[in-house]
Design a protein around this ligand. Structure first.
Ligand code: SAM
Length: 194
């Protein structure tokens, strides 16, 4: 294995020190590789350490060039079912907000994203399932004022995650490492191998 140059190590450490272990997404049956890839690319840009998915691309996550290589730097944990994904996220202390185009969904900007938050995004055709909606802590939507009813799922993910980034920047959450030292060293060692 090639030894990382000091510059590369510094760059990896800089990025890792901005990772946010308490901000994530759960992708429910997001099947299209270009959507999955685009969402992971946004996750990388806002500092998501690990994303979650239920049944991506029929079970096996596949990425394409849309990811820009980001799938190397954002872990993707695949869960067998919605129930199992919620169990895991709840155990980690996340509040899960389901994106849904419903009357009673709150404007996504009303959420406090400086707290441990998971944004649940749904399938391209069907949206978030009733099962997942029932388990979520609330429903959020991006107001749509035009002719078309919904956004592309990767666009919706970006809009919401960059609001989370805005709030977290303001709160100083990117100013110091957020991972506990043991996890930080573990991830750094993994990244150095890539
Ligand atoms: N017919 C589906 C529905 O009624 O939910 C549309 C699904 S939309 C194309 C795919 C996913 O993108 C949604 O499940 C949601 O996660 C996200 N999405 C799209 N537009 C959104 C919006 N305006 N607000 C919140 N999420 C949105």
């Amino acid at each position: 294995m090639r030894e990382a140059t000091p510059e590369r190590r510094r760059r990896l450490e800089e990025v890792l020190s901005r990772r946010q272990p308490d901000l994530t997404v759960l992708l429910e049956n997001v099947h299209k590789p270009h959507n999955l890839s685009a969402i992971l690319r946004t996750c990388d840009a806002v500092g998501v350490l690990e994303a979650h998915a239920v049944n991506p691309t029929g079970g096996v996550p596949t990425f394409n060039e849309t990811s820009g290589g980001s799938h190397k730097w954002v872990y993707l944990r695949v869960h067998e079912s919605v129930k199992e994904a919620f169990r895991y996220l709840k155990e980690q202390g996340f509040r899960v907000y389901a994106t849904a185009l419903r009357e009673d969904a709150r404007d996504f900007r009303e959420v406090d994203y400086t707290k441990p938050v998971c944004v649940l995004l749904g399938a391209e055709k069907w949206g978030v399932s009733e099962e997942a909606l029932a388990l979520a802590d609330g429903a959020i939507k991006i107001p749509m004022l035009g002719m078309v009813q919904s956004l592309n799922v990767s666009v919706a993910a970006a809009v919401i995650l960059f609001e989370a980034q805005r709030q977290r920047l303001k709160a100083g959450l990117y100013d110091r490492p957020r991972l506990d030292p043991e996890l930080y060293q573990k991830v750094l060692a993994d990244w150095l191998r890539k």
